[in-house]
Ligand binder design. Structure first.
Ligand SMILES: *Cc1c(COP(=O)(O)O)cnc(C)c1O
Length: 441
């Protein structure tokens, strides 16, 4: 048995892992088609036939809607923009609260602030890391207007009880599907379970257009509001005859024709790319299943986990070696990934610090010196963002290990190297423990 690389032994592998590259000849041809047309965007911010964009945007939207089973799909320039559209379309405003998760990227929790509403953090389910329905229930107040549910790491949140709560309390549910395109909850596609779904097409996501996003909904009224917020609503409402002017201050969140043309190609590949990830995870989990200190992610019956990342838990009851050193030892065994060399080995201890621990929340400072929306005179609630607010999110971040070494085109041989790194660390836990004691002394 060779010594751990962290302790000076040979690495399991030195040859870099292959880049995740989804852009190919189809996308080049699609981009050239747009270039040849000379029309890189056809939007007009006016009540006009070009209000809904050009031919590539419209085709992309129709194809996205068909692929996901949503009645309406609206292309935007990022999922962040999409969340802003969704919150605005939901009618969220000053004095309102929106229940959000602490365990995601910040925009999943800050989008309500753009409409002067206050994010209220509910805790997560320690098994799926998505919002816990029980915790949501405890944090609903008369001020609650909406919930942003994130399907984190590619796994669907437990939507049925969340939608029950939403019906009881008349809340709008926005699904942040940025990490879960093509995912399923009990046989139903994510993004169609709540009132609106938001997808990301940024470079790091399963499929991408460089930057981009999509908002889905089955509700034609919400679809119209999203299209207005995306494209200069205030300048369009009068001519369009829009009656409800709530949140009809628009932005420019429009997607260009080149991105839409790329998006159509990417959409066609998406399901296959997801299936490859699932197959790769299965291969890895077959090798890692017997390692007692690793708790593998569980897929709910009827669900389709799309593995934005492969997220494992480190069980401290099974080894005295702490999670951080364990991850350090695994990283030392493995090489970089082509195209992302600057990020180091794509294995991480933890994901993000709970969002409420960021300075904007700790100090409750967003708009102006008046600290709106937190101290807004329209807001009669009070938030106390502090450590301890969501104990399960804080605990999760101290126990999870995330890796991305299951993305196509990883071969079985590549995957075996990943598994071998974990198994080697497991087999050397004794020497790793000695090392940690020496280092502490
Ligand atoms: C990536 C991501 C977003 C934001 O996507 P952009 O398209 O970069 O704005 C939002 N939520 C989650 C969960 C994400 O992973």
């Amino acid at each position: 048995m060779s010594e751990l690389a962290l302790l000076g032994g040979p690495k399991v592998r030195t040859k870099p892992f292959p880049a995740y590259r989804t852009i190919g000849e189809e996308e080049k041809a699609a981009v050239n088609r747009v270039m040849d047309s000379g029309v890189l965007s056809r939007y007009l911010g006016a009540h006009h036939e070009d209000f809904m964009g050009g031919p590539e945007v419209r085709s992309f939207e129709a194809e996205w809607a068909a692929a996901t089973g949503a009645r309406h799909a609206l292309a935007v320039n990022s999922a962040s923009s999409g969340l802003h559209c969704a919150i605005g379309a939901a009618g969220v405003g000053p004095g309102d609260e929106v229940i959000v998760t602490p365990y995601s990227i910040t925009v999943s929790a800050t989008a309500p602030i753009v409409f002067n509403a206050v994010p209220v953090f509910a805790d997560i389910d320690p098994e799926t890391w998505c919002l816990s329905p029980q915790s949501i229930r405890e944090r609903i107040t008369p001020r609650t207007r909406a919930i942003i549910v994130v399907h984190i790491f590619g796994q669907a949140a437990d939507m049925d009880p969340i939608m029950d709560l939403a019906r009881q309390h008349n809340l709008v549910v926005i699904e942040d599907c940025a990490q879960a395109p093509f995912g399923m909850y009990k046989g139903r596609p994510v993004g169609t379970l709540g009132h609106m779904g938001v997808f990301s097409l940024n470079y790091h996501k399963h499929i991408h257009t460089g930057e981009g996003g999509v908002v889905t909904t089955n509700d034609p009224v919400l679809a119209e509001k999203i299209s207005l917020i995306r494209n200069h609503a205030e300048a369009v409402v009068a001519a369009k005859g829009v009656g409800d002017l709530t949140n009809m201050l628009g932005f420019n969140f429009r997607m260009g024709e080149i991105e839409a043309a790329i998006g159509r190609c990417q959409l066609a590949k998406g399901a296959t790319l997801v299936d490859e990830r699932r197959r790769n995870v299965q291969h890895l989990e077959k090798r890692l299943g017997g390692v007692p200190e690793l708790i593998l992610p569980q897929e709910r019956t009827g669900d389709k986990h799309v593995y934005y990342t492969h997220t494992l838990r480190h069980d401290p009851a099974k080894t005295e070696v702490g999670r951080d050193l364990y991850v350090e030892a695994i990283k030392a065994e493995l090489p970089l990934t082509e195209g992302r060399e600057g990020e180091g080995v794509l294995v991480r201890a933890g994901y993000v610090k709970p969002i409420y621990l960021q300075p904007m929340f700790l100090t409750q400072t967003a708009y102006g010196r008046a600290q709106c929306p937190f101290r807004c005179p329209h807001y009669d609630g009070k938030q106390d963002y502090r450590a301890g607010l969501c104990p399960d999110a804080e605990a999760a971040n101290a126990s999870i290990m995330i890796h991305e070494l299951m993305r196509p085109p990883m071969t079985d041989a590549d995957l075996n190297d990943v598994a071998n790194a974990f198994l080697k660390v497991h087999d050397n836990l004794g020497s790793l423990l000695d090392f940690s004691l020496r280092r502490a002394a």
